[in-house]
Structure formats: structure tokens, C-alpha cells
Ligand binder design. Structure first.
Ligand SMILES: [Mg+2]
Length: 366
């Protein structure tokens, strides 16, 4: 047998269940079992979107990124709460402190999920047959159960865990039995499990790519896997076509990266409606900057970065994109400092055209 280290790994993906909403329910026990929607400043009549919905809220069809107003229409009895990144960042640290006890090889993927490379812990990358693979995955599932238990006991929150031979499969697995799930996809299960799913479950397949694939008659991962690689490379940029083909076959060689050097941290929002740079809508833009600054500050702290250059990006309705930046005297990971810097840059932009996107980037790290 040909041992391919990248296909013989044991990867665990830990994904916290409805994280923001669960943190809110944890500190306000009276909200347990009730539909909770976290988004904007907690006012469902403002033009902001859902950041997280508890599972009780999801039964009403409420989803992340849905306008708060629509969430309210679906469940007026839900509890609407403001986004509190400070609290979620602290809770995230609690979870990561637990995860660090299991592997040195941890890659955070946001505040509420992480990949753990458990290959070494489960016997290393030796040449082995099917029975050893089974055994390694059994070991990993024991570890996964322990991780879930410690998270539950240590934080009062639940996580769904997926185990697979690579990151792509582990992430698909963790998503299969939410909440509080534990799902193993072994290499021999990949086709049976993956092929019936829609291509949107794969990395990098957004709405646009999914629509494009549909127009080509491709509506499942199995059909995608069956499409000739050349056809995909013709239809998409070469690298993307190749990636789609490999991912559809469950192949993912990307390593679990713990210490790569990030150069910048950015967040942006595309409005559902183009908005004007008039006084009323400037308020919306300022609110957006405040939200984005909070997200960036949380992510910077999570990953241990501080930056000195703040850039604001505006894309107008005609897709013209303009950025303005400024460098401040001290390195920062503070929401208030980032927000103040970003708001200060607004006067550098022209506000004669309608705006479709606003973003902030922090760079020039310590
Ligand atoms: Mg999650």
C-alpha cells in the first residue's frame, strides 16, 4: 500500500453549537430553551442581520445572515440581543484552553471552530492496513467524546465534532449531526456520504459557483466528482476547477496550520440594498464600521495580533472600489481604537454615489 501522509491523517474538527446564542443563554439561564437571536444592537427593526440564532430560533427558519426584520417576522416572540464580541471572545478562550490540552497542532477557524491534527496522538503516519485505520479512528472517537465532555463540563456549552482523514471531510462531518453531534467519516465512507450532498457543502462553493454548476447540470457532489476535470477547468479558473474536482472526491491536502504569519485581518459587509452617503445612511455606515471593528478586534485578540494601520474600503454601486488608510502611533487590538480610526477615515471618501459594500482592514502587525 502506498502511504500518502496527507490522506492518512486523523483530523478532528470541533464546531461550537450556535455559539453566540449559546453564550447568551449560558449567562442568562432564563433564556435556555427559548428562541434567541443575536444581531446588530438587538433591535430587530434596524437594517442589520442575524449573527447567530439558537436552535429554538432555527425551528422558525431563522438563519445567520438573514435580516433581523425577517427573523422578527418569522418569530416575533424571539429574544433579540445585541452582539457582544467581548463575551464571545472570552468564551472562545475557555474552549481553546481545553482544546490545547489535546494537541499542539490546532488551527482556529474563527471564534467557534478549530481543526486538531490528531495523527501523532493516534499512532503517527506509518504504513498500515485497513484494520489499523479503523483502530486509529476508534482512538480518535474516544478522544472526541472526551473533548465534548470537557467542553460541556468546563464551559456549559456544547460542541459538534467531526473526524475525518483531512480537514475538508472533518468539517463536513462535524456539520452532519448538529447540535452536540459526533460524526466519523472514514476514507472508505467518503463517496457514500459525500456524493448525495449538494456541492455547496464543499469549501469555496458559494452561491455563484453553485448556480454555475447547476446550469451545467451538476447538483450533487457525486455529479461534480463525475465531471471531467477539464470541463471544470474550462468553466472556472484553472485552480478553482482543479480544486472543485479534488474536493468532490474528498481529497484535501491542506495541512493544519498553527503558526502561519497573518499579515492583516479584515471584515466587510455587502448591503442588501445600495445605500446613499446622506446623513441618515451615514449612520448605517458608522454602525457597520462599529460592528466590523468589534469583529476584527475579537479575531485579532483570538489569534494574538495587534496592528497599526487601519484601512477602510468602500465599494460603490458601480463596483468602483476606493480605500483610504491611516497608521496610528501604537499597535492595537482594541475595538474602540479601530472603530475611531475607521470612522475618522470616512471624510476622505466621496459620498455622491450609492454604496454597496463597506470593509475594514487592520494590518502592519507588531
Ligand atoms: Mg459553530
Amino acid at each position: 500500500m502506498n502511504p500518502d501522509p496527507q490522506n492518512k491523517r486523523v483530523i478532528i474538527h470541533v464546531d461550537m453549537d450556535a455559539f453566540f446564542a449559546a453564550v447568551e443563554q449560558r449567562r442568562r439561564p432564563e433564556l435556555k430553551g427559548r428562541p434567541v437571536v443575536v444581531g446588530g444592537d438587538g433591535d430587530p427593526f434596524k437594517r442589520r442581520v442575524v449573527s447567530a440564532a439558537s436552535y429554538e430560533a432555527r425551528t422558525y427558519g431563522i438563519r445567520s445572515a438573514m435580516p433581523l426584520r425577517e427573523a422578527y417576522r418569522r418569530c416575533p416572540g424571539a429574544v433579540f440581543l445585541p452582539v457582544d464580541f467581548e463575551a464571545y471572545t472570552r468564551a472562545s478562550e475557555e474552549v481553546f484552553n481545553i482544546l490545547k490540552g489535546y494537541s499542539q497542532l490546532i488551527e482556529p477557524a474563527g471564534l467557534d471552530e478549530a481543526f486538531l491534527d490528531m495523527t501523532a496522538a493516534c499512532g503517527g503516519v506509518e504504513e498500515f492496513g485497513t484494520s489499523e485505520v479503523r483502530e486509529r479512528f476508534e482512538q480518535a472517537s474516544v478522544i472526541a467524546k472526551d473533548i465534548k465532555k470537557r467542553i460541556r463540563e468546563g464551559t456549559g456549552l456544547t460542541a459538534s465534532v467531526g473526524i475525518g482523514p483531512n480537514k475538508l471531510i472533518a468539517k463536513i462531518a462535524s456539520d452532519m449531526n448538529k447540535p452536540d453531534g459526533l460524526t466519523i467519516i472514514r476514507e472508505e465512507d467518503i463517496q457514500r456520504v459525500l456524493f448525495p450532498l449538494p456541492p455547496s457543502r464543499l469549501w469555496g462553493v458559494g452561491k455563484k459557483t453553485a448556480e454555475r454548476l447547476k446550469s451545467m447540470g451538476i447538483e450533487t457532489i457525486g455529479q461534480l466528482a463525475g465531471a471531467p476535470a477539464e470541463t471544470l477547468m474550462d468553466a472556472f479558473r484553472k485552480g478553482i476547477g482543479q480544486g472543485l474536482h479534488e474536493h468532490a472526491l474528498g481529497i484535501d491536502e491542506s495541512p493544519v496550520i498553527t503558526t502561519w504569519e497573518r499579515r492583516s485581518m479584515s471584515r466587510e459587509v455587502t448591503y442588501q440594498w445600495d445605500i446613499r452617503g446622506d446623513t441618515r445612511d451615514m449612520k448605517v455606515i458608522r454602525e457597520t464600521l462599529s460592528l466590523l471593528a468589534g469583529e476584527i478586534a475579537g479575531a485579532l485578540r483570538q489569534e494574538g495580533y495587534r496592528g497599526r494601520t487601519i484601512t477602510v474600503k468602500i465599494r460603490y454601486h458601480d463596483f468602483q472600489t476606493v480605500t483610504h488608510a491611516k497608521t496610528i502611533p501604537h499597535y492595537t487590538d482594541s475595538r474602540d481604537v479601530i472603530e475611531e480610526g475607521a470612522v475618522g477615515l470616512l471624510s476622505a471618501f466621496q459620498w455622491t454615489k450609492k454604496v454597496r459594500l463597506v470593509g475594514i482592514r487592520v494590518s502592519n502587525f507588531e
